[in-house]
Design a binder for this molecule. Structure first.
Ligand SMILES: [Zn+2]
Length: 158
């Protein structure tokens, strides 16, 4: 799946999860949604290095490392609440990326090191433009719906 598709899928899932919670105190829920979606491209940094694609960066261990890394970074810079935001965003971004990739044809081991089985549901090819655009558009629509409902615009509208 391309980064556009990953961004859309992450926005879609995060906005749906965040919907009942609103924006949270001081907009923390909204901020987690935005950072998680923004970090959903991270596992594909393996393209930039001389390492196997969908290897080290495409599993739950890498998600935990990213969560801990961003949690520590955000926490160090802005305090412990931001540390929690950073953890959710780093871990969530990687996990949602894996969710997108596992639906494609190229198998990898998302639960490594807990389970080493390679999985691929083969629903579509990662380069499928219709699917990537579809997830992107759907994600943006649901995200704006979430913003619309909780910004008070919805209440004024009806
Ligand atoms: Zn990937």
């Amino acid at each position: 799946m391309h980064s556009k598709g990953h961004l859309g899928l992450a926005l879609l899932v995060c906005s749906l999860i965040a919907l009942p919670f609103g924006f949270g105190n001081d907009y923390y829920v909204l901020i987690i949604v935005l950072f998680t979606a923004g970090l959903s491209f991270i596992p594909d940094i393996d393209f930039n290095f001389e390492i196997k694609h969908r290897g080290f960066t495409h599993n739950i261990l890498f998600g935990i490392i990213c969560g801990a890394g961003f949690g520590a970074l955000f926490g160090y810079v802005s305090g412990w609440i931001w540390g929690i935001v950073g953890f959710f965003a780093g871990f969530g971004g990687v996990m949602l990326h894996l969710l997108g990739d596992v639906m494609t044809h190229m198998a990898f081991a998302p639960f490594y090191p807990f389970k080493k089985d390679k999985i691929a549901f083969r629903k579509f090819y990662s380069g499928n433009e219709k699917v990537n655009n579809g997830f992107f558009i759907l994600g943006v629509i649901i995200f704006f719906l979430y913003i619309f409902i909780h910004s008070g615009a919805f209440a004024n509208f009806i």
